[in-house]
Design a protein around this ligand. Structure first.
Ligand SMILES: [Zn+2]
Length: 790
C-alpha cells in the first residue's frame, strides 16, 4: 500500500479542490482528522429502518469525558483509519488493576511460554482476570454495534451495582469502539479504501485490520464478540448468535472451543429473552429466543475461512462470536447490549474452565499433540526457501507470520529436508508452537470441500504460499537444523556489475521498482521475454533499487525491446453496489504494482469519456451498467439512464479505436465487456458462491510472462470463455481435475476451458482469473501489469 502523507484537514481540502482531474499516486490523499455531524451520513439506503445513532464525530468527546470522570477507564487512540479518523480503544477494569495492563499482558504470554505452569497458576489463584474484547461496528452501517459499546462503556465506567462489580472483579473489558470509522462517517459497509474489513483478516491489507490484529496479539483475549446487524425473523427468534454450522476449519482445536461455545451462546440468548419486557417494540417483547446456527441449522453459516474477525481471533485461543442484532434501532442496540451482558456473566462464572481450555490450545501446539487430528495433518515444519535475487515475497510472508505471533526461525547452517539441501538463511516454521493452527491455516494448500457442504458463505481457499507466490515446503519428517529466531525480515537490493541490468518479472516489488524507475526518469525497456532492462542507473535512483530488496544482475539489452512510459490508468469505480466495492481489490493491487490509478464512475465515463487515459479496467459487477430495476441502495452507483449507458458505450468504443487499452477482470467485467459489444466470445459463469484455487496452463504470451506453463490461479464467481472465434486464449484451466482447493459445484464443465483471452483486432483483454482479489492474490497481480505493458 502507498505511504500516505499526513496533512491537516483544512489544508487537504484546499489542495483537493485545486487538483487536476487525474490525481497521481504521489498526490496527497484525502486525510480528514476532524469531521462534524453535519458531514456524516444519516444512514444507508440499504437499511430499511433508521434511528438517531451516535455520530462518529460525537464519540471522541464522549469517551474523553468518561475517561476524565471514571477511575476505571483507559482511553487510547491506537491508530487511524484509511481516511485518517482516530481509532479508539477503551479498556475498563477495577481501578487497582488499571496501570497493571503491561503486567497482565505478560501474564497472558505465559500461556504459550509455559502452558502447564499457567494452568497450574490459575488453579491456585482464582482471583485472576480474563480479557474480553468487544468489537463495535466493523461494518460501518451496522450502527448498533458501536452504540451498544458506548452504553456498555458508560455502565462499566460508572455503575456500582453488585453485578457490575462482580464482572469487573473477574474480567478486563477491551472495547474497539468504532472498528470502521470511515464506514460510520460515510454510511458504507467498507472502509475508505473500499475494503470489507471483516474479510481482511487473512490478508491484513488495511490499517484498521492491523490495529485489531495488534490488539488481539497483545491481549490474547479469552472471548471476542463482534457486533453486527442485521438478521431478523418473524418466528419469535430474531437476531443471530454464533457458533456456526459446519464446515469448521480443520486447523482449529474445535473440540476445546465446542466445550463452551454453545453454552455461552445460550447464556447470551437467555439474557436477551429474560429482559424482553424492557424492549420498546412488540417484535422484541414477544421474543422466545434467537437463531444459533450451530444449534438450529445444518449448513449455511460457517466459520471456515480465517477472514472474519472472530474466526481469526479463535486462532489466538479466543471463543469468537459474530452477533447479528435483529434491527437498526434502539431495540437492536439493547439486544446487542444484552447479548454482551449474557456473555460477561457466563465468563464470570466459567472463567476457570474456559481459560484452562484456551491454554490447552497453546499446550497442544507446543507439544505437537493434536488428539482430534489425523496423524500427519500438521507437518512437523514448513521450510521457506529464499530467492536470493528477489527475496521480497518471502520477506513479506515472514513478516506477516511474525506480526501474527507465529515463531519463525532461520537456519544458520545448511540442512536437508525431504532429501533436499537448503542453504543457511532459509526460513523454518517449526510447527511445535503455541499458535500452530494459525501458522497452518496460513501456510497449507487448503482442501477441496465441494462435496462437504451445499454452499459456502464466503471464500473457501486462501493459501498464502500459492496466492502470494512464495514456497512453503511441508516437512513431515523430524527436521535437524541449526537455527536462530527471527525478529524481522529485511533485505536490501543491490546492483551487480556496471550494467546494463535485467529486472526480472518476478514479483509485485519488481514491477513496482520498474514503475518507480520510469517515474524517476529512467529509460526502462521491456523485452519480448517479459523482463525489464535498463542500461545504467542515475546515482540518485540507486536508492530505489536498495529499497526494493531486489538484486539486479548484468544482462545484454535485447534487440527487440519497447521503452516504457508512465501509463495513465483508469478503473471503473463501484461506489458500493450491493454493499460492496467490487473494484477496490484490483485498484489496491495496481497501486502496489506502482501504477497511478484514477477511479472513474460510470456516470463520469458517460459524460467525459476516457480521452486522458492510456488504459481502462472494468473489474467488478456488470450491474454498474444497469439503469432499470435498480434498488434504491444501488441506484447512485450505476450508469443512471439509457442515454447515459449509450454514451458510456460510445465513449468506451471511441477510447479503444483511438488506441486505448481495455482490460476486464472477473465474471462481472467479462459480462459487461460482452454487453458493450467488445467481445464475441461466449461468457460462462459458475454460481455466485463458488471460489477457489485452480490449476492454470499459461501459454507463452506477453500477458502471461513470468508464469509457468503449468501454474495456479484463483477464481471467485468463476467465469470461463468458449466459442472463441478469432480471439486468442492465452490461459486455460488445466484439463481433467483442475480444482485444487475451495468450493465449486459443477466445476467439471470448465475443465480445459479458456480463462484469459485477447481479441484478435482490438486491444481488449478478458482476464477471468481474479488477478487482484481483495488485495490478496499478489502472485496474480502481474497478470494486470503484463496486460497493461503489453
Ligand atoms: Zn456485518
Amino acid at each position: 500500500m502507498m505511504k500516505k502523507k499526513w496533512i491537516a484537514g483544512a489544508l487537504s481540502l484546499s489542495l483537493l479542490s485545486s487538483m487536476p482531474y487525474a490525481v497521481t499516486a504521489e498526490a496527497p490523499q484525502k486525510q480528514w482528522t476532524h469531521v462534524n455531524a453535519y458531514e456524516e451520513a444519516d444512514g444507508s439506503p440499504f437499511n430499511s429502518e433508521h434511528y438517531n445513532f451516535v455520530k462518529y464525530s460525537k464519540i471522541g468527546g464522549m469517551l474523553q469525558k468518561i475517561d476524565r470522570e471514571s477511575k476505571r477507564v483507559t482511553l487510547e487512540e491506537t491508530g487511524k483509519s484509511a481516511d485518517g479518523y482516530p481509532m479508539y480503544v477503551v479498556t475498563i477494569s477495577n481501578p487497582e488493576d488499571k496501570g497493571k495492563y503491561g503486567h497482565y499482558k505478560k501474564l497472558r504470554k505465559q500461556m504459550f511460554k509455559n502452558p502447564q505452569k499457567a494452568q497450574d497458576w490459575i488453579a491456585q489463584n482464582p482471583d485472576f482476570k480474563v480479557p474480553v474484547m468487544i468489537n463495535g461496528s466493523i461494518h460501518g452501517t451496522e450502527y448498533i454495534g458501536s452504540d451498544a459499546v458506548l452504553q456498555l462503556i458508560d455502565r462499566f465506567a460508572n455503575d456500582d451495582d453488585a453485578e457490575t462489580r462482580e464482572i469487573l472483579k473477574n474480567n478486563i473489558l477491551i472495547f474497539n469502539v468504532v472498528a470502521n470509522p470511515d464506514g460510520r462517517v460515510d454510511g458504507t459497509r467498507f472502509n475508505g479504501n473500499g475494503i470489507d474489513l471483516n474479510r481482511d483478516f487473512i490478508t491484513q491489507s488495511q490499517e484498521e485490520t492491523k490495529q485489531t490484529v495488534d490488539l488481539i496479539t497483545e491481549w490474547n483475549p479469552m472471548v471476542f464478540l463482534d457486533l453486527h446487524g442485521y438478521v431478523n425473523s418473524s418466528d419469535g427468534k430474531p437476531g443471530l448468535i454464533e457458533p456456526c454450522t459446519p464446515p469448521h476449519n480443520p486447523n482449529y482445536e474445535y473440540d476445546l472451543f465446542s466445550k463452551w461455545a454453545l453454552d455461552q451462546a445460550e447464556a447470551m440468548e437467555a439474557e436477551i429473552v429474560g429482559n424482553k419486557a424492557n424492549y420498546e417494540s412488540d417484535h422484541y417483547k414477544s421474543m422466545t429466543g434467537t437463531y444459533i446456527p450451530q444449534r438450529d441449522d445444518s449448513a449455511g453459516w460457517d466459520d471456515y475461512p480465517p477472514i472474519f474477525t472472530p474466526m481469526y481471533a479463535m486462532y489466538h485461543g479466543a471463543y469468537g462470536y459474530t452477533l447479528e442484532a435483529p434491527t437498526n434501532s434502539w431495540d437492536g442496540v439493547r439486544w446487542a447490549n444484552d447479548a454482551v451482558m449474557g456473555a460477561l456473566k457466563f465468563t464470570t462464572q466459567n472463567k476457570q474452565g474456559m481459560l484452562t481450555d484456551q491454554i490447552e490450545i497453546f499446550k497442544r501446539g507446543i507439544n505437537f499433540d493434536h488428539p482430534y487430528h489425523e496423524e500427519g495433518f500438521f507437518p512437523n515444519a514448513y521450510v521457506l526457501p529464499v530467492n536470493e535475487k528477489d527475496p521480497t515475497v518471502t520477506e513479506k510472508a515472514v513478516n506477516h507470520l511474525l506480526e501474527n505471533d507465529i515463531s519463525v526461525e532461520k537456519s544458520v547452517k545448511s540442512f536437508s529436508a525431504n532429501g533436499k539441501t537448503y542453504p543457511a538463511g532459509t526460513y523454518i516454521v517449526d510447527m511445535s508452537q503455541a499458535k500452530a493452527g494459525l501458522a497452518n491455516t496460513m501456510l497449507w494448500d487448503g482442501e477441496d470441500i465441494t462435496n462437504d457442504t451445499p454452499a459456502m458463505y464466503d471464500i473457501s481457499a486462501w493459501s498464502l504460499p500459492e496466492l502470494w507466490g512464495f514456497e512453503a515446503i511441508e516437512v513431515k519428517e523430524e527436521l535437524q537444523a541449526k537455527t536462530a529466531p527471527v525478529k524481522e525480515s529485511d533485505y536490501a537490493g543491490s546492483l551487480n556489475g556496471k550494467g546494463p541490468y535485467v529486472i526480472s518479472n518476478s514479483s509485485v516489488q519488481a514491477v513496482k521498482l520498474v514503475n518507480d524507475l520510469v517515474r524517476a526518469g529512467e529509460s526502462i525497456y521491456k523485452g519480448k521475454d517479459g523482463n525489464f532492462y535498463v542500461k545504467t542507473l542515475a546515482a540518485t535512483n540507486k536508492s530505489l533499487v536498495q529499497q526494493s530488496g531486489i538484486t539486479l544482475e548484468e544482462a545484454v539489452l535485447p534487440v527487440e525491446k519497447e521503452k516504457l512510459t508512465t501509463l495513465q490508468v483508469a478503473i471503473l469505480k463501484d461506489g458500493g453496489m450491493n454493499k460492496a466495492q467490487s473494484h477496490s481489490g484490483t485498484k489496491l493491487a495496481l497501486e502496489r504494482l506502482g501504477f497511478s490509478v484514477t477511479e472513474v464512475t460510470p456516470k463520469e465515463v458517460a459524460e467525459n469519456g476516457l480521452r486522458q487515459f492510456d488504459a481502462f479496467l472494468f473489474s467488478g459487477t456488470d450491474a454498474l451498467l444497469q439503469y432499470e430495476r435498480l434498488s434504491v441502495g444501488n441506484k447512485p452507483f450505476a450508469v443512471g439512464s439509457k442515454e447515459a449507458y449509450d454514451r458510456f458505450k460510445v465513449n468506451v468504443h471511441a477510447f479503444i479505436e483511438n488506441g486505448g487499452k481495455y482490460i476486464s477482470v472477473g465474471a462481472g467485467g467479462a459480462k459487461a465487456t460482452s454487453q458493450l459489444g467488445l467481445t464475441s466470445v461466449k461468457i460462462n459463469t459458475g454460481s455466485a458462491n463458488s471460489n477457489g484455487i485452480v490449476k492454470v496452463n499459461y501459454s507463452e504470451d506477453e500477458v502471461t510472462a513470468g508464469y509457468k506453463a503449468s501454474d495456479i490461479g484463483f477464481v471467485y464467481r468463476p467465469v470461463w470463455f468458449t466459442e472463441l472465434g478469432d480471439a486468442k486464449a492465452v490461459a486455460t484451466l488445466a484439463a481433467g481435475d483442475f480444482f485444487v482447493a475451495g468450493h465449486w459445484k459443477g466445476n467439471e464443465q470448465a475443465s480445459g476451458q479458456a480463462v484469459i483471452v485477447e481479441d484478435a483486432e482490438k486491444d481488449v483483454t478478458l482476464i477471468g482469473i481474479e488477478a487482484g482479489f481483495r488485495d490478496h492474490t499478489d502472485y496474480l497481480f502481474r497478470l494486470l501489469s503484463n496486460a497493461l505493458y503489453q
